[in-house]
Each structure stands twice: as structure tokens, then as C-alpha cells.
Design a binder for this molecule. Structure first.
Ligand SMILES: [Zn+2]
Length: 214
């Protein structure tokens, strides 16, 4: 298995983490996890520097600060992944205007591949497991790269914190259940890449997260 390169970029008006992933000496394809508003230029720069071509955008969830930049990419040839429980936010993002920054134009995103809990995605010969973790919003999914021991978690859990559950469709009891069943059950040394702030690790959160105790 070739080495995986992960470029973390903090982008958009409220510092959302996007991650560009590709294989070292691989086939030249890259996958973007989340596309914050105004992210295209930065992503394009990395693609050019590394001589890569964007193949897909995998969206952890439908909130504007994670999907608001998708429409800026030439999406007709891209595989765009999301969970159906956030369909209304992907397709009618204007409903999030009151939570977004004033004046930001949010363009709809057409998901090309809906994914569900337990689904396995193949990425350059490695298996990625999708886990559905509602509670922050209805359709948050996490992407677990088993071989690499990394999981991209969107806004489910942060270093020392958890995602807001006070936005429409949020529910703390549901979020807590998702974290217990789908995050704390990952191997202890799994690196967690949240949608905001610093990376963390499963064992660190299990032992010290003040909001959801293991
Ligand atoms: Zn969110």
C-alpha cells in the first residue's frame, strides 16, 4: 500500500478544515474531504503543486461551511458523496442563510453517490468505512481509513469538545449515541480529523472529553 498524503487546509469564513488526500507516487488523483466556501483557489494551488487532478469531493455533512465551496469546482466530472439525511441542505442551501455569514450566496450541490452506515468505499485499493453519526445534524458521516488509522469526522467530535446540537436537526442525545457507537469503538490510536480545530485521537477523547465520557 502506497503512502497516503493528507493536506489539511483551514478555509472559509469560519475556519473549516478541508483535507486533500492523495497517494505518494500514485495515479495522480486526489479526493477532497469537505469544500468550505471560497476554498477552490487554495485547493487548486495544492493540486497544481502536486500535479494532481481532483477526482471526488466527499462531504461529511450538509452544513454551509462544509459544502458552500463545491459549486466553484467544475463538478460535472466529480464524484460527490454525501448522506441522504442532509439532502435538503445540499439541494436547498438557502435554508441555512440565517446561520451562515450575511450576504454569502450558497449554491446547491448535486450529490452523485449517497452513502450509508457501514458502507465500504474503495479508494486506490484501500477500504474506507462510512459511519453515519447523526446528532450535530441528521446526515453527518465519518470516513474511516482503516489501514492508515485515520478518521475524518466532520463536526461530530472535536479535540476536547463535540459538535453543536442546537442547530436545526441537531440532538445532543443522538450525538452522544453516535460518538459512543461509532467513534469510541474505533481503535484507540485512531487519529481523528475534525471539521474545526486540531486533530485528536480516540483514546484521548475517551479519557478526557468533557461532553461525552466513554
Ligand atoms: Zn456542521
Amino acid at each position: 500500500m502506497k503512502n497516503l498524503c493528507v493536506e489539511k487546509m483551514e478555509l472559509g469564513p469560519i475556519a473549516t478544515n478541508a483535507f486533500l488526500i492523495w497517494e505518494e507516487n500514485g495515479n495522480g488523483e486526489a479526493v477532497l474531504i469537505d469544500a468550505p466556501p471560497f476554498s477552490k483557489e487554495t485547493v487548486q494551488q495544492v493540486l497544481e503543486n502536486e500535479k494532481l487532478k481532483l477526482r471526488a469531493i466527499w462531504l461529511t455533512h450538509g452544513h454551509w461551511d462544509h459544502m458552500g465551496g463545491v459549486a466553484d469546482f467544475s463538478t460535472n466530472k466529480l464524484e460527490i458523496i454525501g448522506h441522504r439525511d442532509d439532502q435538503v441542505m445540499f439541494e436547498q442551501p438557502g435554508i441555512m442563510s440565517s446561520f451562515a455569514i450575511p450576504g454569502l450566496e450558497l449554491k446547491p450541490v448535486q450529490i452523485t453517490q449517497w452513502v450509508g452506515h457501514g458502507e465500504k468505499l474503495d479508494l486506490w485499493g484501500r477500504e474506507i468505512e462510512v459511519r453515519h453519526c447523526p446528532g450535530h445534524c441528521p446526515g453527518n458521516v465519518v470516513f474511516w481509513f482503516k489501514e492508515e488509522g485515520r478518521c475524518f469526522v466532520g463536526d461530530v467530535i472535536f479535540a476536547g469538545s463535540v459538535g453543536r446540537s442546537d442547530l436545526p436537526g441537531g440532538d445532543f442525545a443522538v450525538l452522544k449515541k453516535s460518538i459512543h457507537e461509532s467513534i469510541y469503538t474505533l481503535p484507540d490510536d485512531t487519529l481523528l480529523h475534525p471539521g474545526h480545530g486540531e486533530d485528536t485521537r480516540v483514546d484521548l477523547e475517551k479519557s478526557s472529553n468533557p461532553f461525552v465520557q466513554a
